[in-house]
Design a protein around this ligand. Structure first.
Ligand code: ZN
Ligand code: ZN
Length: 374
């Protein structure tokens, strides 16, 4: 079938993107679902910093590629061998498909699925195939999802069915921001109630981590960002203390305010500077979790002696160490009960044609989550 989609033809375009237009809205051909695959009518897709990192080349991927990895939609048709979904089901798309058989999958760590990671790196679906084409050549899939489009053919293993009553624009945010941010607190850090927490970087993922820390019963939640506006939002969402990271004394001020640092600090900005701050404001014996994605060559230096003498822990967290079929229903239920105000992360709704402008706003740090309604 012919669909409209946002195609990234080349990485590294100069901002402003509203002028350079790195994403071009084009008509491409989408194949019907093969065995184990499903055709989804995309309802809503969020603009995430990980998309931006592909556009600016900080996270290289093969091109041409249809971007978009945080999305929700409706099952349109089923490929052979898919018996546990029905046409009309609402689904959230998960940006690492899990094969169910590799060692990480067998260990209950599907976020680290090896065939899933290999397919994502190659820009294919889990089957190894590409279902997107243009002028007789293949177009790559973004993280098995490629949701900046009217429809997507994806692996069944990229999907989690949800109740139809959750609005699909809100549902989309659960696929990346919420799964990653809340999961970093609950799954990766296993933060106990009463612990103190700090979140460095208040994008969609960082604010989700903040919501997760509040929901999990943190006794103190410190929010850190360069934007006073986002710090204001963080306060409304339950932050007990806010600090602007632009101040050269921020680390000392936070350590002083928290009597030596927090039990758990979360780096959610994807920069070495944010990681250094998160590490500095973690107390002796505390844990620093990093879930932001820096450019692939950046390294983070730390004092090795601290790891030993202060019994420090540094943990990486990918998609919130999630088990999507377990975690998404849990987080949605918390949202329903008013314990995770995910709707407050929604900055704006956009049309597909406004996508480049949306990425300008995201790169300027002016918005949290913009969602394209398709
Ligand atoms: Zn994302
Ligand atoms: Zn696997």
């Amino acid at each position: 079938m012919k669909i409209r989609a946002a195609v990234l033809n080349k990485m590294g375009a100069a901002a402003p993107y509203a002028q350079s237009k790195p994403l071009s809205i084009e008509e491409v051909t989408l194949d019907p679902p093969g065995p184990g695959e499903v055709l989804i009518k995309i309802a809503a897709a969020g603009l995430c910093h990980s998309d931006l990192s592909v556009i600016d080349g900080n996270r290289p991927r093969p091109t041409p590629m249809v971007l978009g990895h945080e999305a929700a939609g409706i099952v349109e048709s089923l490929g052979a061998d898919v018996h546990d979904l029905s046409v009309g089901d609402h689904v959230i798309m998960v940006f690492v498909p899990s094969c169910g058989h590799c060692v990480p999958c067998a260990e209950g760590r599907p976020a680290l699925c090896e065939p899933g990671a290999a397919a994502n790196t190659a820009g294919t679906l889990l089957s190894g195939g590409r279902r997107l084409h243009r002028n007789g050549t293949d177009v790559h899939h973004h993280l098995g999802v490629s949701a900046f489009a009217e429809y997507a053919t994806v692996s069944r293993r990229s999907l989690v069915k949800i109740d139809n009553e959750l609005p699909l624009d809100e549902a989309a945010l659960f696929g990346c921001a919420v799964l990653t941010g809340v999961g970093a607190v609950i799954n990766t850090a296993k933060m106990p109630a009463g612990a103190t927490a700090a979140v460095v970087g208040l994008g969609g993922v960082g604010l989700s981590a903040l919501l997760g820390a509040v929901a999990a019963g943190a006794s103190r939640v410190v929010a850190v960002d360069l934007s006073d506006e986002k710090l204001g939002l963080a306060r409304q969402l339950g932050a007990t203390d806010t600090f602007n990271a632009g101040s050269s004394d921020a680390a000392d001020e936070i350590r002083q305010a928290t009597k030596g640092g927090v039990d758990f600090a979360f780096e959610m900005a994807g920069s070495v500077r944010a990681m250094e701050l998160a590490y500095k404001i973690t107390r002796r014996g505390g844990t620093t979790v990093t879930a932001g994605l820096p450019p692939p060559t950046h390294t983070f230096p730390l004092l090795q002696v601290n790891l030993v003498a202060e019994e420090r822990t540094v943990k990486g967290s990918y998609i919130g160490t999630c088990v999507p079929t377990r975690d998404l229903p849990r987080y949605i239920e918390l949202y329903r009960r008013g314990k995770l105000s995910v709707d407050r992360l929604m900055s704006a709704h956009l049309k597909l044609d406004e996508i480049n402008l949306g990425f300008d706003r995201l790169s300027e740090g002016k918005v949290v989550r913009q969602v394209i309604l398709i």
